[in-house]
Design a protein around this ligand. Structure first.
Ligand code: NAD
Ligand code: ZN
Ligand code: ZN
Length: 391
């Protein structure tokens, strides 16, 4: 089959690779109708995620038709139309039972690599480095789906792919970010990043009762998209100080909750930010925490910080005193997609949310590398790229 492979920094190639096979009695094989490129894929594209190997198949947002099931799969049958969440959950361990599929104890055979860095291991994720399990991803014609009884979600046949595809990651991730803000009526929520995750976080914050949502980015067409959902916006390159603007428009107090939907590839941040770029390039620091620093100082006293932007390792110059002394609550994580996907499918079917607004580009599988370039450079009005292997 054809698949989009990581061949090195900024080097993606669509290649012929072996078809996936059932390896475990609980596996299924899905023929992919649509798959997407995530902001997280850009970490590998830009060579920032260790433990990648040439030829690794990328992609963790995909959906399609079940074409084969292992003998122990009971809930799925050939012909079912499913979306496949990015964290691979066993469904049975302590964390899966507690609603934390993204920190499943059983699905990452390479968890020992994470233990060395993080102390404990997390769930495996499709197409997301060897440290996260070395699973082949879904930017391909077919994918092997482990624990097929618990992970894929069946979706109705009459809903277009673009409406349900983002249940695999971006919509639940944005919703999780907003949910972690513990929104109260009247709250103001500030969101850094107007990429797909920030867009879904903004819309989810309104769904969960926020009165005001303020989105911060420097890419104007992305800020316009957030405004269409009713958000106010700040272009951080045009503001002397985002902190001051936020204070000004919230009566001096600051937002009730702040979401970091940017993570390790942030820009801006003045001299300290420039230093982060250099340190990341020479591997003295794994992540660029400009947004994290800003969020920690911007949130109101006693407020909440929600982090979904990806960080992988070590960061410098983090103003921890700002959150300790001011009574801030911080919540974060890789989105526990399976905790939310039933209720979010309901929200799509009842018209509360139509996630297709975020899909600005549709490409055939052969042009996936071009999709990465568009996403990375934020060119041509690109917010989210959908790839169709059958196109
Ligand atoms: P994206 O690259 O499309 O968007 C990131 C946006 O942040 C860009 O529009 C960029 O201009 C903006 N930005 C950069 N520096 C900024 C700054 N200083 N202030 C404000 N905005 C700034 O990516 P995305 O798909 O929206 O993903 C966002 C982040 O979420 C990534 O780190 C991704 O890895 C992560 N992610 C996490 C999860 C999870 O489960 N926690 C799931 C999906 C994605
Ligand atoms: Zn993702
Ligand atoms: Zn588990």
């Amino acid at each position: 089959m054809k698949a989009n492979c990581w061949m090195g920094t900024k080097k993606m190639e669509v290649q012929d690779v072996p078809d996936p096979r059932i390896l475990n009695r609980h596996d299924a094989i899905v023929k992919i109708s649509s798959t997407a490129i995530c902001g997280s894929d850009l970490h590998m594209y830009n060579g920032l995620l260790a433990t990648m190997q040439r030829g690794d198949v990328l992609g963790h947002e995909f959906m399609g038709e079940v074409v084969e099931v292992g003998p122990d799969v009971k809930n799925l049958k050939v012909g079912d139309r499913v979306i496949v969440p990015f964290p691979i959950s066993c469904g049975k361990c302590y964390y899966c039972q507690e609603g934390w599929p993204s920190i499943c104890e059983n699905t990452n055979p390479n968890g020992w690599m994470q233990e060395a860095l993080w102390g404990h291991a997390t769930a495996g994720v499709y197409g997301y480095s060897h440290m996260l399990g070395a699973y082949a991803g879904g930017q391909a014609e077919y994918a092997r789906v482990p624990f097929a009884d618990v992970n894929p979600l069946k979706v109705p046949s009459d809903v277009p792919d673009e409406k349900v595809l983002f249940l695999t990651d971006a919509f639940p991730t944005g919703y999780f970010a907003a949910d972690n803000c513990e929104i109260q009526p009247g709250d103001t929520i500030a969101i850094w990043g107007a990429g797909p995750i920030g867009q879904f976080a903004a819309r989810s914050a309104f769904l969960l009762g926020a009165e005001r949502v303020i989105v911060i980015d420097r890419v104007d067409y992305r800020l316009r998209m957030a405004e269409q959902a009713g958000a106010e916006t700040i272009n951080f390159e045009e503001a002397d100080s985002v902190l001051d603007v936020l204070k000004d428009i919230t009566g001096g107090r600051g937002p009730d909750a702040c979401i970091d939907a940017v993570g390790m590839q942030a820009s801006g941040g003045g001299i300290l930010g420039a230093l982060d770029h250099v340190k990341q390039a020479v591997k003295l620091e794994t992540d660029r925490p400009m947004v994290l620093r800003e969020v920690m100082r911007a949130v109101r006293n006693g407020g909440r910080i929600s982090i979904v932007g990806d960080y992988i390792g070590i960061i410098d110059n983090v103003p921890f005193g700002a959150v300790m002394n001011r009574g801030i609550t911080m919540r974060m994580g890789q989105a526990p997609v399976q905790r939310y996907y039933h209720q979010l499918l309901e929200r799509i079917l009842n018209g509360d949310m139509d996630p297709s607004f975020v899909a600005t580009h549709t490409l055939p599988l052969s042009e996936t590398p071009k999709g990465y370039e568009l996403m990375d450079k934020k060119e041509d009005g690109c917010v989210k790229v959908v790839v169709k292997p059958g196109m």
